[in-house]
Design a protein around this ligand. Sequence first.
Ligand SMILES: [Ca+2]
Ligand SMILES: [Ca+2]
Ligand SMILES: [Ca+2]
Length: 183
Amino acid sequence: MTTTAQDVISVKLERSFDALDANSDGYLDWTDYQKLGDRYIQAYKLDKDDRRARALQTFCQIYWLELLRHAGVDADRLTKDQFVTANRLAVIDTSRLNVTEGGGHAIFDVIDVDGDNEISKDEFARFLKDVWQSDAPDAMESFTRLDTDGDGAISRQEFIRAIREHYFSNDPEAPGSLFFGRP
Ligand SMILES: [Ca+2]
Ligand SMILES: [Ca+2]
Ligand SMILES: [Ca+2]
């Protein structure tokens, strides 16, 4: 069987589902999205009133509502199939929320601790360590992949592009998944 572009994107989304389904009961609910936001907020010790924390939480809330709307379910939880379908529709429909840009900027603003509009190697290492408890040497390889122009820092544009690739590209290893539930 040949793998179509569509299959690869679904496989990436299925992996995100597994990573986000903290209690492994086969459903995602709002608490799983809340945890995704909290993971960043706690890792960076952001005050709950901090603008960046509020932006990230608001993004997670609207993203979740958009997934429910696109899944067309009345319940407040999603199966894996519903999650994959809803995500594929939600990233295309930017009427209420632009998932890739909105989420990308909200996460970037948190990781770029010194606010110079770039993610340095140190800032990226901190992200891996504090958000995902990962200090594996090969984890830094994703820094090199994200720094597509090779200038030693991840620009906002490079960051957003990686997130777009996660949702829209055939590449099974597109590094954007790093930021949505998979280390
Ligand atoms: Ca669950
Ligand atoms: Ca920076
Ligand atoms: Ca760069």
